[in-house]
Ligand binder design. Structure first.
Ligand SMILES: Cc1cc2nc3c(=O)[nH]c(=O)nc-3n(C[C@H](O)[C@H](O)[C@H](O)COP(=O)(O)OP(=O)(O)OC[C@H]3O[C@@H](n4cnc5c(N)ncnc54)[C@H](O)[C@@H]3O)c2cc1C
Length: 596
């Protein structure tokens, strides 16, 4: 088991909106230990040496090939990172698990297979299984001997997963549940050995079951004809009088939603880490091509517009990487702090819930960043980017699914605000007092504030003001719509966008400041430049979204006043982002593989 060196007290979930963390308190990729790096290196070498050479066959779904690779990866300990050591897994800490996911995500088809198997297909048993269920299934799943899958969606029930029509009835003898229904879009469906299936007992009580492929009546259907991730398997799973032994009921009757949603919380964070790995590979590929391809007698990478693309890809990637590792550090700190004070699994579940907002942010921002990166990579490749022989073409198709599964990005945007409100109402997050304090401050007019000093001081002020813009917009929205806020989806979307930008801006800022404190500003110049560009652009997005929000809440004189206040919070210097992006591009172009 890799041990983490995270010892700082964890910031509470969502607290980044209210408090300003110190750079020393955040975990950054520079804090990854040698042991953790080694796990990443093993994973990366496995994908490069064992998976990438077979991509063509995998994309053509050569029978048995993906299960064989899963088994090989399992033998190296890459398939059971989340499984405790006593059941044959790696028992990895959160940072190591994040590094592992990142490095296994170079190729979409394998990344998705791994995520469905090691994440949503295995973790329900880790978190909710009985001792017998754990002993029976986890060693096989951790070694890759068996492959797992997660069957929540149905033809009529995706986002609305609890609208399940799959039924389970206990047989007369009381020995088996009889399952009937159809599951849809099941990753690993074609070759999984074990399916976590959700069904309603007597059509009412939503419950999870562990269904082995060989149980009578369990019938995986044909492969779906998808837009991308052709290397992965996606099939329906038909349950026709499927006999499931009573002891294979997972967790409690009527508590399937607890299993389903906690597992999705974990899956969302993992998807963010996976987006980091996928986009690093694509950016490295695009930067290499820009060096090799010539036009008008020059390398295309020498053209300003190409440099700008490479720089922006790297900057957005830097933002997501900073958020993902900051969140992983907080989760690890929370779990370390709670260690010894109770059941480890319960602690993990609590931690997943505590950082559910950050996990949804990782999912949404990560998937949208990856889509941007693959799109720009295709553009850098020109016509060749549109050809199946080039990996960026495949990456473009593979990326698109990430905005749809693990809760669509619309559902996750709503969750971000719902969870914030829940934490505010429950007193875990002092959002309401902070919004009231800000309202008083607005009434009493501008005050002389202590100006931040040091590296990125202007950017620190911009981030602090972005938090005020959020409180202003969200405070007004809650006051006006109260318990009807959920019906104002466009407004919720705008507020969620502001929340995400704040987390992204601050994570970039703190990482760059921490690097500057450790290595000096000169040695961290690229990171500082990337941070300045990111914050300059993100501040514009925050202002735009906040303005949309206040316009939907206020009218007349009140709107004029609120808009004037917003303008004050949005005041900032003008940054030469063209020059700064050139610096970032030069750094990207000077590397073999990309990191900022
Ligand atoms: C390749 C692939 C692999 C998958 N793997 C799995 C798997 O392994 N296991 C599994 O269980 N599922 C899996 N899924 C299913 C996936 O989770 C669902 O497709 C997803 O949850 C969306 O559900 P849906 O397709 O029914 O779309 P819908 O729920 O019908 O949504 C359609 C659109 O409406 C929007 N929408 C829906 N409800 C709301 C709302 N309340 N407010 C605003 N907008 C809304 C959505 O955001 C979306 O844009 C997979 C899907 C694909 C394509």
């Amino acid at each position: 088991m890799a041990t983490s060196l995270v010892t700082k007290p964890a910031a509470k979930g969502g607290s980044f909106l209210l408090e300003s963390a110190s750079p020393a308190d955040v975990f950054t990729p520079a804090d990854i230990t040698d042991d953790q790096k080694l796990i990443g290196q093993t994973a990366e070498e496995f994908v490069v040496n064992e998976v990438l050479p077979h991509v063509k066959d995998l994309e053509n779904k050569k029978a048995g090939l993906m299960p064989e690779l899963v088994k090989k990866a399992g033998e190296l300990g890459l398939m059971g990172g989340g499984v405790p050591e006593e059941y044959g897994g790696g028992g990895l800490d959160k940072i190591s698990a994040t590094v592992l996911t990142e490095k296994l995500s170079i190729y979409g088809g394998f990344a998705v297979t791994h995520g469905a198997h090691a994440g949503i297909g295995t973790l329900p048993i880790v978190y909710f299984g009985t001792e017998e269920q754990k002993k029976k299934y986890l060693p096989k799943l951790a070694s890759g001997e068996w492959i797992g899958a997660y069957c929540l969606s149905e033809p009529q029930a995706g986002s609305d997963a609890q609208n399940s029509l799959t039924r389970a009835e206990l047989n007369k003898e009381g020995t088996h549940y009889i399952l009937n229904g159809q599951k849809m879009w099941i990753t690993n469906g074609g070759f999984a050995d074990l399916y976590v299936v959700f069904a309603k007992i007597d059509g009412e009580k939503f419950t999870a079951f562990l269904v082995e492929r060989t149980f009578p009546g369990c019938k995986p259907g044909n492969e779906e004809h998808k837009m991308g991730i052709h290397g992965s398997s996606t099939t329906p799973v038909f349950l026709e009088n499927c006999r499931v032994p009573k002891e294979n009921l997972l967790h409690e009757i009527g508590r399937g939603h607890i299993v389903a949603f906690n597992i999705l919380n974990s899956g969302r964070f993992t998807l963010g880490a996976s987006a980091v790995g996928g986009s690093k590979f694509v950016l490295t590929t695009a930067a290499k091509y820009a060096k090799e391809r010539k036009a008008f007698g020059k390398q295309i990478g020498d053209f300003g517009m190409m440099k700008e693309k490479l720089a922006e890809m790297a900057i957005q990637l830097y933002a997501v990487e900073s958020m993902v590792y900051r969140s992983a550090g907080n989760m690890e700190s929370a779990m370390t702090a709670a260690a010894g004070s109770g059941d480890k699994i319960q602690t993990t579940m609590k931690t997943l819930e505590e950082y559910a907002i950050e996990s949804s942010i990782a999912k949404v921002y990560g998937s949208e960043m990856l889509d941007f990166v693959v799109d720009e990579a295709v553009q850098i490749f020109g016509g060749y980017g549109f050809h199946e022989d080039y990996s960026v073409c495949r990456a473009y198709r593979d990326s698109r699914i990430n905005r749809i599964f693990e809760g669509t990005n619309e559902i996750n945007r709503m969750l971000i605000i719902q969870m914030l409100m829940k934490r505010a109402m429950g007193g875990q997050l002092a959002l309401i007092p902070a919004a009231m304090k800000l309202a008083d401050e607005i009434l009493s007019g501008p005050s002389l504030e202590e100006a931040p000093e040091g590296v990125l001081a202007d950017e620190a002020r911009v981030v602090a003001n972005a938090k005020k813009m959020f409180l202003q917009a969200a405070g007004g929205a809650v006051q006006k719509f109260r318990d009807k806020l959920a019906d104002e989806q466009e407004l919720i979307g705008a507020l969620a966008n502001v929340v995400m930008e704040i987390y992204a801006m601050e994570s970039c800022l703190l990482r760059a400041q921490k690097a500057a404190a450790a290595r000096g500003a000169a040695a961290s110049q690229v990171m500082i430049d990337a941070t300045r560009v990111f914050i300059s652009d993100a501040a514009e997005r925050v202002e735009h979204e906040s303005r949309r929000a206040i316009a939907a809440v206020h009218e007349g004189d009140m709107l004029t006043t609120q808009a004037a206040v917003l303008k004050r919070f949005a005041k900032r210097g003008t940054v030469n982002t063209i020059a700064l992006r050139r610096n970032v591009a030069a750094a990207v172009q000077g590397q073999e593989s990309v990191s900022v």
